[in-house]
Design a protein around this ligand. Structure first.
Ligand code: ZN
Length: 327
């Protein structure tokens, strides 16, 4: 079982979530208590769960032991039984919620195989701590469970030969694929229907924040595959003006006059004097590199990156970069 433990507390908001502590709590539908929360993101064989605990002792201690005091990812912190405030199915979208490849756990499956009706065992929530009992309370036909596959696993499935099967086992990421998983895969292997392309995930504020996080974290790689010379900029004369972008830029510029709550602007060093700047607002996220381009993401324009050129961006990003300490 994989696990990510995250400390969400005043002054300690993970980059995936972005924004202030109050913003992050609102995004997760949690009351902003002074002591903060520990989020345990559990990735088990057949499901992902988020355990939210008001007892942050374990993650704070793990962070101290970890030593860097930095990234807040504390995979070894055990879920404390005390203090659990909520147990939710799935992960927050900011942390990669949504289906994964069910063969290798790739977070971006591109194929889906329509599944048949399945009966599943129902039980008490599984929290993942050592010695935990797993009481079964019954079973239910839950309808159809589809199978998601990444491109590589899809190719092995479609090869439909012994080498493909072995390749699938190797891609699982663990030398010992549990027998229940192998059993489920064999059933799928024998009976699956033809696949279709997986639909892109629904665009939500969480998706928008996740995309802003990924662009900021992988700026150079992102620009390498999205050459700026090929991008139509919103301030190019032949690109129609978009009121949503203008309004979001105005909201970002307003931060220069009235600094937002801590966390809404994040600055990351990008070599020399340059910085990657990310700013989040209500319904928008702006991410860019000082002296270069930036991109606006809007809740009103799903899956669209609005490129902001030099005429609007440099002074704005330079100004925003002065509002937050460089991380
Ligand atoms: Zn895969």
């Amino acid at each position: 079982m994989d696990q990510i433990a995250v400390l969400l507390a005043p002054g300690h908001v993970p980059d995936e979530l972005g924004g202030s502590y109050e913003d992050a709590c609102a995004a997760l539908d949690l009351p902003p208590v002074p002591g903060g929360y520990a989020l345990y993101l559990l990735d088990q064989m057949n499901q992902r769960q988020t355990v939210i605990s008001a007892d942050t002792t374990a993650v704070r201690q793990a962070e101290l032991a970890y030593g860097s005091g930095g990234d807040g990812y504390l995979g070894n912190a055990r879920v404390a039984a005390a203090g659990i405030a909520d147990v939710r199915s799935g992960w927050p979208e900011e942390f990669g919620g949504g289906p994964r490849c069910q063969f290798c756990r790739d977070p971006y499956p591109v194929w889906v195989y329509e599944g048949g009706d399945v009966e599943v065992l129902l039980g008490e929530p599984v929290l993942g701590f050592r010695g935990e009992p797993h009481p079964v309370t019954g079973s239910d036909v839950v309808g159809c469970i589809d199978w998601y596959a990444c491109g590589a696993c899809h190719d092995l499935i479609e090869a439909a030969d012994l080498a493909g099967w072995r390749g699938l086992l190797e891609r699982y990421g663990d030398p010992d694929v549990p027998m229940p998983v192998q059993s489920a895969w064999r059933e799928f292997w024998a009976n699956h229907r033809p696949p279709g392309p997986a639909a892109p995930p629904e665009w939500t504020p969480g998706r928008r924040r996740r995309m802003a996080y990924e662009i900021a974290a992988q700026w150079d790689a992102f620009i390498a595959v999205h050459p700026v010379d090929d991008i139509p900029f919103t301030d190019d004369l032949d690109v129609p003006a978009l009121a949503g972008v203008d309004a979001a830029l105005d909201a970002a510029r307003a931060y220069l006059q009235q600094p937002p709550p801590a966390g809404r602007v994040r600055v990351y060093p990008a070599g020399g004097d340059a910085a990657i700047v990310r700013a989040d607002g209500d319904g928008w996220s702006l991410v860019g590199r000082t002296g270069s381009v930036s991109f606006m993401l809007l809740d009103t324009d799903p899956n669209i990156l609005h490129a902001i050129g030099w005429r609007a961006s440099p002074s704005l990003l330079d100004g925003l970069s002065g509002l937050a300490p460089s991380l």
